[in-house]
Design a binder for this molecule. Structure first.
Ligand code: CP3
Length: 351
């Protein structure tokens, strides 16, 4: 059993760090596109056999040290009763976004075992299919990121409509975030019961918020969901891209086992900020670096490993892998990590 991820999360000494990639089950793989050609995205999410098939692809084809269950962060709003569409080239959309307090009151309370059972079934099936080869990661979107989508209706650069709600209708924002914190926490607990060995919270739009708003509308709800999930007994990774200035506050508020580091943040800066906290770090190669030649990918990846140091580092990209990266380059990234060894000389040079 390859338990490098679990050991790095406990900040144990490892001969090399574990590696996986956010969005590793996805369109850069021809094998994913072949499955996707026959079913639409939401059907894939809701059909455990298909979800498990693409969950295993990066383990088999790229050699990553963890599997992340194939699904999406937007399944929670969908389970709360919002109609979700995913059109080719536009991305996911809610055609009827939330606009007033009554819209929030109308949202259904999510019982994961009912409306999200397909993802729990996929986790159970993936755990069996993996048979201990690598750990299985579950995930959910963080409350602010889900709220931003639910109010905006789609992904945008600024999330201006969602941010307008924070200033114009803060009570509505808090009511929505409160319900989401419960739903996200419950869902992560259910995922752990279904077999997820690690869970990650994606606060993908944290960077849309200024510090005061992140502290008022982002962090408290992220922390509630993370703390609830931790009680279920699995390690929690919190990734809030664009909030690199707040890594220490995120570690303190969430009690997370690992903090994701985005590609804007230098590893040394992340280490400094997180030094007082008992946390591992995950990241953070710029996803665009995978466009470089394999020899260059190898050099940059190993330089990054050195910078994060010998304990408590999970190698990942600093955000999701891009759809047009050649699979051979993803493999070069993973192989560069597998070739690395933390020799006593290298460890000593890091102090
Ligand atoms: O990491 C994995 O491989 C597991 C599966 C996974 C997907 N989405 C599959 C997916 C995970 C963990 C996510 C999380 C997710 N979804 C996030 C957070 C991660 C991040 O990048 O910050 C966000 C913001 C979403 C919302 C979302 N879903 C968008 C914006 C899009 C369209 C654009 C895009 O990047 O693909 C999706 C669709 C989606 N989710 C696809 C996949 C494989 C593409 C669907 C297709 O095949 O057309």
């Amino acid at each position: 059993m390859n338990d490098l991820l679990l050991r790095a999360l406990r900040r144990e000494t490892v001969s090399r760090p574990p590696v996986w990639m956010m969005r590793q089950a996805g369109r850069y793989l021809p094998e994913y596109r072949a499955v996707r050609a026959k079913s639409d995205f939401l059907t894939m999410c809701r059909t455990p056999e298909l979800a498990v098939e693409v969950t295993l692809q990066p383990v088999d084809l790229i050699g990553v040290d963890a599997a992340i269950i194939f699904s999406d962060i937007l399944v929670i709003p969908e389970a709360m009763g919002m109609h979700l569409t995913l059109d080719e080239g536009i991305g996911p959309q809610f055609p009827t976004p939330l606009r007033e307090p009554a819209d929030v009151e109308r949202l259904r309370t999510v019982v994961p075992e009912e409306r999200l059972d397909y993802m729990l079934a996929a986790l159970r099936m993936a755990r069996r299919a993996l048979d201990g080869r690598v750990p299985l990661i579950g995930f959910a979107g963080a409350p602010w990121t889900l709220a931003a989508y639910m109010v905006e209706g789609r992904g945008t650069k600024q999330f201006a409509v969602a941010k307008r709600m924070l200033f114009e209708q803060p009570a509505m924002a808090h009511a929505l975030l409160d319900r989401l914190a419960v739903a996200v926490g419950d869902f992560l607990v259910a995922q752990v019961s279904a077999g997820a060995q690690v869970v990650q919270l994606f606060d993908s739009w944290a960077g849309a918020l200024a510090p005061d708003e992140f502290r008022a509308f982002g962090l408290p709800y992220l922390a509630r969901a993370a703390r609830r999930a931790r009680e279920a007994g699995a390690p929690v990774i919190v990734f809030a891209p664009g909030a690199g200035w707040a890594l220490d506050e995120i570690a303190a508020a969430t009690g997370a086992d690992a903090i994701g580091v985005d590609w804007h943040t230098a590893p040394a800066a992340a280490r400094r900020q997180l030094a007082p906290f008992p946390v591992a770090m995950q990241g953070n190669l710029d996803p665009c670096a995978l466009y470089a030649a394999p020899s260059e990918i190898r050099a940059r990846t190993q330089a990054m490993i050195r910078q994060f140091g010998p304990t408590g580092h999970i190698v990942n990209l600093g955000h999701g892998i891009l759809p047009d990266v050649p699979p051979a380059h993803a493999r070069a990234f993973v192989d560069a990590v597998k070739e690395w060894e933390w020799t006593p000389e290298r460890v000593a040079a890091c102090r």
